[in-house]
Each structure stands twice: as C-alpha cells, then as structure tokens.
Design a binder for this molecule. Structure first.
Ligand code: BG6
Length: 306
C-alpha cells in the first residue's frame, strides 16, 4: 500500500513540553516531557511508543528489532488496529489489523492542562483507504493525555451515507519484569476464543491468567478493568476501559518470537499485550453520521493492589 506523507512540521503550535523530532528511519515523532509524565508518539499510526509517569519506570514496551519505515507497522508501543482486527475477513491479502497503524495521522491539538499534556490526532478516509478492504468515509480522532496516567480515547465517526461495521483495538504492549511471573486479573468468567487453537475454540477464563505458553486470546464480555500483577517489576499495571467490550491478551512465546523478523528472539519475556478492543462479536456498527468512542486509562499501582 502507499503510505501517507510523513509530517516534518506541524500545522499547530506545540507547547513547550512537546518537541518534534525524527526517530529511527527518519520517522517524525513527538517527544512529550510533561510534569506528570513523558511519552513518545510517532505520526505514523499515531503510535505511542513510550510512556512513563514522572519518577516511575517505563510502562510501554518497544521492541529493539522494530521496523521504522513508512507504511510498515512499528513493533511494540500501542498500535491502533482499525478498521479490522487481525486478518481481514473478506480479503486475506489486506494488511493485518487494518490500515490505521500504517498511515500518518495529523496532529490537530496539543495543550498542557495542569500536569498533563493532551494531544489529539486525526485520520480520515483517503484515496488509499477507500481502495482498501474497508472503503468507507470516516473520521478517526485519537486523544492521548500524558501524565501520571496515560489516557487514550479513539472516536470514530461514520461519514458514509450507509451504516458501517468496524473493529478496533488499542494493541498495548506492556513492559513486564518476566512474563512467566505475572498474573492478569479481571477476565474471570469471560468467555474467550483461543486464537492459538483456532477460531472455533471457545473457553471460559479463570482467575488469574498466567502466561505459560504462546497465548493469543480474545475475551468477549470483558468490559471491566484488567490488571497485570508484575511481581518482578514490583508493580501492578491497571487498564480501565470504557466502551470496549472485548480484551485480547497476547504473548508470542519462544517459537513465534523467533519466526518474527521484527521481534527479538528473547523479547517475549519482557512484554505482554493486553488490548482493549471491540472486535468479533463486539464489532461496532455505526449508522450514517453516528460516532463511537472507546477509551482506556492506564496507571501504575503498588504490588499490594488487588
Ligand atoms: C495480536 C493478535 O493482537 O496481535 C495476534 O491477537 C497477532 O494474533 C498479534 O499475532 C501481532 O500482530 P502483528 O500484525 O502486529 O504481528
């Protein structure tokens, strides 16, 4: 696919805590150094690749083997999956997880609000997206608030004259001390599709989820808060979700990591993906002109939190 042009300057004025720079591969990104926290966000995919609350350790994981080139997904951080999740159901040749992470988003607002820094990015349909497996008119607005918490909200407006259905995920890679030593809580009782075993395999979540092998699960009926108890990292990462009916948990484990060129062979130990999403049975249907906003707030708590 053709990628959108990469921004070398912004149309809006940036506040003092936000700097425009070039990252690896020359890809432009914003470096945010707010009082509450710091972050890094690439225009390509409006992709957050780092966040840490001031005085804390990094929360978001980024692969040392990632690609950084226009039109290729960055490995790690928070890819936005939209308007489909995983392979496209109608077109197996379409890129995995949709086109949103492959296009340059435009920044439309950047403000300091108390100790937080709020940034808003926008992506609308283009000739490229209209030629894709999801050819509809839309406007996507992604707001990232960087502070002692990381607040993410993705709003989609249907600008087409017909109803549309889409899937979406904030495919967050979290940094953990050792993935074999974490407990994921908040998914108990939710049914999940085991994507390692195949789409037909539906099971019920038990508490806590421990990662002991390749894990790729889509939990439906999981609109509530999910926590990652990270014993080695001595902290709990909390993900509070709004209007996200499903959660994906993914870790590629040993063999799959080796098979992925943009994922270090041993990096599977350092990360787990917990992804607020609306996909599969929770895909969103929007009438013409209607909008839907999915949001997540991430923060860090002491290990004693449960
Ligand atoms: C997860 C999916 O969300 O993303 C996995 O559940 C997939 O099936 C993983 O392998 C990574 O996808 P990609 O396209 O970034 O390699």
């Amino acid at each position: 696919m053709t990628s959108s042009p990469q921004t070398t300057r912004t149309a809006i004025e940036l506040p003092p805590s936000v700097h425009l720079e070039r990252g690896p591969g020359g890809l432009p990104r914003l470096r945010v150094a707010g009082r509450g926290g710091g972050a890094e966000i690439y225009f390509q995919g409006a992709h957050v690749t780092a966040w840490r609350p001031t005085g804390g350790e990094p929360v978001i994981w980024l692969s040392g083997a990632s690609n950084y080139s226009p039109g290729a997904p960055i490995r790690g951080g928070i890819p936005i999956c939209f308007p489909w999740f995983g392979p496209n159901a109608l077109d197996p040749s379409a890129p995995l997880h949709g086109f949103a992470r492959l296009h340059a988003w435009e920044i439309v607002e950047a403000d300091e609000v108390g100790d937080d820094v709020s940034l808003t990015f926008r992506l609308s349909d283009s000739e490229d997206t209209r030629a894709s497996a999801w050819p509809f008119a839309f406007e996507a607005t992604y707001r990232v608030v960087v502070g002692t918490t990381l607040q993410l909200s993705l709003e989609i407006v249907n600008r087409s004259s017909a109803a549309v259905t889409y899937e979406e995920a904030l495919h967050t890679y979290f940094s953990v001390g050792d993935v074999r030593d974490i407990a994921v809580r908040g998914l108990s009782g939710a049914r999940y599709q085991d994507r390692v075993l195949g789409v037909g395999s539906v099971q019920e979540g038990v508490e806590p989820l421990r990662i002991e092998q390749e894990t790729d699960r889509m939990y439906s009926d999981s609109a509530g808060t999910v926590t990652i108890e990270d014993t080695r990292g001595d902290r709990v990462i909390r993900i509070r979700k709004e209007r996200s009916g499903a959660t994906v948990v993914w870790n590629p484990w040993i063999e799959k990591s080796k098979a992925m060129a943009d994922f270090g062979d041993d990096e599977w130990v350092e990360t787990v993906c917990v992804e607020p999403c609306n996909a599969g049975s929770t895909a969103v249907r929007l009438d013409p002109g209607a909008r839907h906003r999915m949001a997540a707030t991430i923060d860090v708590l002491p290990l004693t939190y449960r």
